[in-house]
Write a protein that binds this ligand. Sequence first.
Ligand code: B12
Ligand code: SF4
Ligand code: SF4
Length: 391
Amino acid sequence: MDTLPRAAESQIETPRLTQRIKAHGTGLGFDLVGVSPVRDPMHSESFAEWLRRGYHGEMGYMPRTAEKRMHPGEFLPWARSIVSVAVNYGTPHSRAAEAGGIRGWISRYAWGDDYHDVMQAKLERLLEHVRREAGREIQGRIFVDSGPVMDREAGARAGIGWYGKNTNLLSMTIGSFFFLGELFLSLDLEYDQPIRDRCGQCRLCLDACPTNAFVGPYVLDARKCISYLTIELKGSIPRDLRPLMGTHIFGCDICQDVCPYNTTVKSTKEQALHPRQGLHAPELLPLLSLTEAAFKARFAGSPILRAKRRGFLRNVCVALGNLRRREAVPALVAALETDPDALVRGHAAWALGRIGTHEAGEALREARAKETDPAVLEEIRLAMLDPEEGS
Ligand code: B12
Ligand code: SF4
Ligand code: SF4
């Protein structure tokens, strides 16, 4: 948090300043800009209940920072207003995988550069602009999913979108494929109003979730969500959920892809968020042979780094086990025999068990004789016990 020396110029009145901040935000490439006062979240009780029920799983930072998330005015006592911004990351790429090959699915938000970097840079420029315009000493702080702030609560209060039943914020103009960020300011501004719910009787998203992760409308048990399983969960993926994950190797878009408000999504204006080469429906087998260095080089500046090599290759194994293509057996056998990470070897064993060919069975038997890690040995034992297990 920085402060500026008091500027000599006269102060600009609140409505005009608000309009100028919004116009500048739009000029910087934000698709939506809204302003709200600093208040406790509208759904604090739902959040507390979500934590009490343990729906956050291993995301220990959620309960650790809950007090700050629920009381932004105590967390940042100097702050008066929040400028919420949204950047559309939608592109017209279809859900259908590209023709041929053995392919997986990376969620749309992770096709381009890391959004934290893209939005942080724009918000810094917006903050500089606010300081120039305000003509007096102000404080400001930027968040892009980067601190104990509830991005969707701020966005909803600022009229950026309404809470869809899938818990994502939805906008009439850009659907829900957008990122959120905030600029907290020590300025009073003119505030927007929340917009009304437009989900009505629809429940397409709730019914489409392959892991049944929604406890009900607006409540997600993150522990079952493919996004959590493929990105946030660091260890072994629960065996009963693996068969439900399809070919997702990083995140999931299903509950947004089915939403009627996403059928006519405009393509992002942000070049950095357009898909990098090979990330739309990527070929899976080459990913299994990525070394640590190759993984870091291939995904430099991408959100995919968050899963780390071990988590990402674990996910690739699960997708291959679900595809059950015999052409994948040699690559899975190589992973089972030589991957340096026990997590990857264990999930490769599971995938071989699911594919269940003679060659896969032989590889499992041989690995059982050589493997020393107890968790991998258990995966091998279960894979050999019942190749159809979990299907
Ligand atoms: C933890 C987290 C996750 C977790 C948990 C998700 C979740 N729903 O909470 C996991 C890993 C599963 C996840 C997944 C995804 N995430 Co996420 N995630 C977050 C994070 C860090 C915190 C969210 C949070 O506070 N959760 C707590 C729970 C209780 O909140 P909630 O589920 O939203 O519940 C609220 C509503 O349901 C509402 N509510 C409750 N009852 C009622 C009743 C009514 C009538 C109404 C109207 C509302 C309402 O109040 C609750 C509390 O606010 C935010 C960033 C941030 N700092 O805010 C990003 C964030 C929410 N994620 C984001 C994205 C893009 C995703 C994915 C789409 C990524 C992907 N493709 O895989 C998926 C979407 C999955 C889904 N259906 O939500 C974006 C969402 C942008 C948007 N348009 O909404 C955010 C805002 C990041 C960002 N800065 O852009 N995420
Ligand atoms: S992101 Fe996928 S797994 Fe998670 S709630 Fe939506 S449909 Fe279900
Ligand atoms: S699919 Fe239907 S219920 Fe779900 S967010 Fe979209 S409009 Fe709302």
